[in-house]
Design a protein around this ligand. Structure first.
Ligand code: C5P
Length: 298
């Protein structure tokens, strides 16, 4: 018997970052949008677990030890329900690794939902979301999908309305970026600067609710982008190539280094992806649309 759960990637259409808190985290106004690139997590009973395997083009970069968020999720749920996490978790990975698209968080949320279904714990959605928040700031959003405003360190979610389909192109970079390193660079670049409270942009929320791609393009922002560009300057070339190919907007996705380009429609997205691949400024380019559903048993 096994259970498979499909979990989407995310793009942050707004990432407003506040000053560093005493616990080292940053308060955020984080507008998450789930996109149709998915990891699939399959859980099977297996003595002596949790054991992790991974397949897919980037599988070699995924840690298969206890630090893997899928393994941590299985252990956290098992602990809460007084059992052992005797499972094999297989991750079919399609979300870029260390890319700023919440691929690790997706695996955490997917493993949690899969183990919950396999074990029949009867956990409430609130309990699952609580475990997600303990696993990482972006994990609760991977569970719920759609679109949401994340406050606190990003884990306190308010669902948002999305009035249409948005078409995206994602350009994968030749190497990853560490999220903590990007936040540290944000702190370094902002030393001595008074950082305002992060707040969600009204124009951006309206654009999402209307499904208006032009208005969304005018409103997207990412406060981590200067830090990501400082650590990975070549990303500026990728952003320029996507904009030159007709993207309505281009930005670094979350802490990067994946770059996200908003397109007018599906055919414009396909054209921009081809131009990005031909530009030599990225490893690969993929199209995907949003919103996408959260963690779902398939
Ligand atoms: O919560 P998560 O484990 O995904 O966070 C990874 C790292 O990113 C944290 O250790 C911290 O350095 C940084 N971070 C932050 N503020 C947030 C979220 C993450 O500084 N709101």
């Amino acid at each position: 018997m096994s259970v498979t759960v499909r979990v989407p990637a995310k793009v942050n259409v707004q990432l407003a970052v506040g000053a560093a808190r005493p616990d080292g985290f940053h308060d955020l106004a984080n507008v998450f949008l789930a996109v149709g690139l998915y990891d699939e997590i399959t859980v099977t009973p297996s003595a002596g677990g949790p054991r992790i395997t991974c397949s897919g083009p980037d599988a070699g970069q995924v840690p298969l030890d206890r630090t893997n968020l899928a393994a941590r999720a299985a252990r956290a749920l098992a602990e809460r329900y007084g059992r052992t996490a005797d499972v094999h978790l297989h991750i079919a990975k399609d979300i870029p690794v260390a890319g700023g698209m919440a691929g690790g968080s997706a695996d955490g949320a997917g493993a949690l939902v899969a183990c919950d279904a396999l074990w029949g714990t009867g956990a409430s959605r609130e309990e699952l979301l609580e475990i997600c928040a303990e696993l990482g700031s972006d994990v609760p959003f991977s569970l719920v999908g759609g679109a949401a405003l994340g406050t606190g360190r990003g884990e306190k979610l308010t669902a948002l309305e999305v009035g249409g389909t948005f078409h995206w192109v994602f350009a994968m970079a030749g190497r990853g970026l560490s999220t903590p390193a990007v936040f540290r660079e944000f702190d370094r670049l902002n030393e001595g600067v008074r950082i305002p409270e992060p707040v969600a942009s009204r124009d951006l929320l309206d654009a999402l609710a209307k499904g208006d791609a032009d208005a969304l393009a005018a409103a997207v922002s990412n406060d981590l982008q200067p830090a990501a560009l400082s650590l990975f300057p070549e990303l500026a070339d990728t952003l320029a190539a996507g904009r030159a190919a007709g993207a309505l907007a281009g930005l670094v996705s979350g802490s990067g280094p994946t770059t996200a380009f908003l397109a007018k429609d599906a055919s414009a997205a396909a054209r921009i992806a081809r131009a990005l691949m031909a530009s030599g400024t990225c490893r690969s380019a993929r199209v995907a649309s949003s919103p996408a559903p959260g963690a779902t048993v398939v």
